[in-house]
Design a protein around this ligand. Structure first.
Ligand code: ZN
Length: 370
């Protein structure tokens, strides 16, 4: 059912969990491998376990403090890219070195207790455990290791770091195949729907996981669904999101954002439709005012929901700039029937990203930032 098989290295992904737990500290030890989801919803779908290199096998350091485990299942998966060079070395050794480099960076530079992500996938398609205990806990399928890959999503979402920079190129076939297999396995262990795969930018003001990989997410949802024997329709595969806007962008979406920034009091400048330094400054002003985690002038999934406020037809506040944004987008995308009260789903439709709604679930209180 769980499909764990002997790989050419002769190790079961499931079996690795025990070794991992016995070597590492933690408030609770993942010292049991439970083959079925004994509590909670039944695991109706099965996907074979990919070969996942556990922490001891890639030479992980011990976490600087105990890894926290929550007695709950994650409900989605977040896809990241490492924003590192698109290296040609696709060997297992390169995967191990990548995992060590990320862990060192997260512990030494960021000051985190361990790697932030739950899993890592190299350009060669090597899948590695990220934060300690993540693999054993995944195999159990009942609990979740608290990660540090996206504030607000560290408990409710599994974070996968994909090696490379996918702003202008697609990932390697090896990486893609491993990403699909890993997502399918995670979905089957936790009972996560294949449509619940997202990009970091859906929640934060970041370009991660790169424009190309981000645009491949509907395909990933469909392929993960197929792996699980579940058909994912085109409508289901497209999720409602927000357009990532940053320096150099232009067009009606930028004009609308500029109207909204003026509506919010972040600027007094007349909209130009060009995202220039002044627009980036206005975004930063807005981000500071809204206590955004990343004050970087990039308009993404963290700031959009606050910027695209609920607005009613009419002059409104600030001379009606918010409704001007509505008009700009409605005209551009030829949206005929705009309701008198525009809320987030309508904004997303006007911005051209309207798909299936995203459940606004975030981490429980007590989750660490990052
Ligand atoms: Zn990311």
């Amino acid at each position: 059912m769980d499909g764990a098989r002997l790989t050419r290295r002769g190790v079961l992904a499931a079996g690795l969990a025990v070794g991992t737990a016995s070597l590492l500290p933690g408030p609770e030890r993942a010292d049991r491998f439970v083959r079925t989801g004994a509590e909670g919803p039944p695991l109706t779908e099965g996907a074979p376990a990919p070969y996942i290199v556990n922490c001891p096998s890639w030479g992980a350091r011990r976490p600087s403090s105990p890894v926290k485990i929550w007695d709950r299942r994650p409900i989605r998966i977040l896809v990241h890219h490492t924003a590192t060079p698109n290296v040609g070395d696709q060997s297992r050794g390169a995967g191990d070195r990548l995992a060590r480099a990320i862990q060192n960076y997260h512990m030494n530079h960021n000051g985190w207790l361990d790697s932030g992500q739950h899993f890592t996938i190299s350009r060669g398609g090597v899948v590695l455990e990220g934060r300690s205990l993540s693999l054993g806990v995944l195999n159990e399928g009942r609990r979740q290791v608290e990660g540090a890959h996206c504030t607000g999503q560290n408990v409710v979402a599994i974070g996968i770091e994909n090696e490379g920079t996918y702003t202008g190129v697609d990932p390697t076939p090896a990486l893609w195949n491993s990403l699909r297999a890993t997502c399918a396995y995670i979905c089957s262990r936790y009972g996560i729907a294949p449509t619940e795969l997202y990009g970091h930018r859906d929640y934060k003001n970041t370009a991660c996981p790169g424009d190309r990989l981000y645009r491949m997410l509907p395909r990933l949802r469909a392929e993960v669904g197929a792996t699980l024997g579940r058909r994912v329709s085109r409508t289901e595969a497209e999720k409602a999101s927000w357009p990532l806007l940053r320096l150099g962008d232009s067009g009606p979406d930028v004009t609308a954002a500029q109207y909204l920034l003026r509506d919010a009091g972040a600027t007094t400048t007349e909209p130009t439709g060009r995202f220039d330094e002044g627009t980036a400054d206005a975004v930063r002003t807005f981000q500071v005012a809204h206590r955004a985690e990343d004050v970087n002038g990039i308009l993404g999934g963290e700031s959009w929901p606050e910027l695209a406020r609920t607005v009613s037809r009419g002059p409104g506040r600030n001379g009606g700039d918010a409704w001007r944004a509505v008009d700009t987008l409605a005209e551009h995308r030829r949206v005929e029937s705009v309701p008198d009260r525009v809320t987030a789903p309508t904004w997303q439709r006007l911005l051209g990203t309207g798909g299936t709604a995203v459940r606004p679930v975030t981490d429980p209180p007590g989750t660490a930032r990052r």
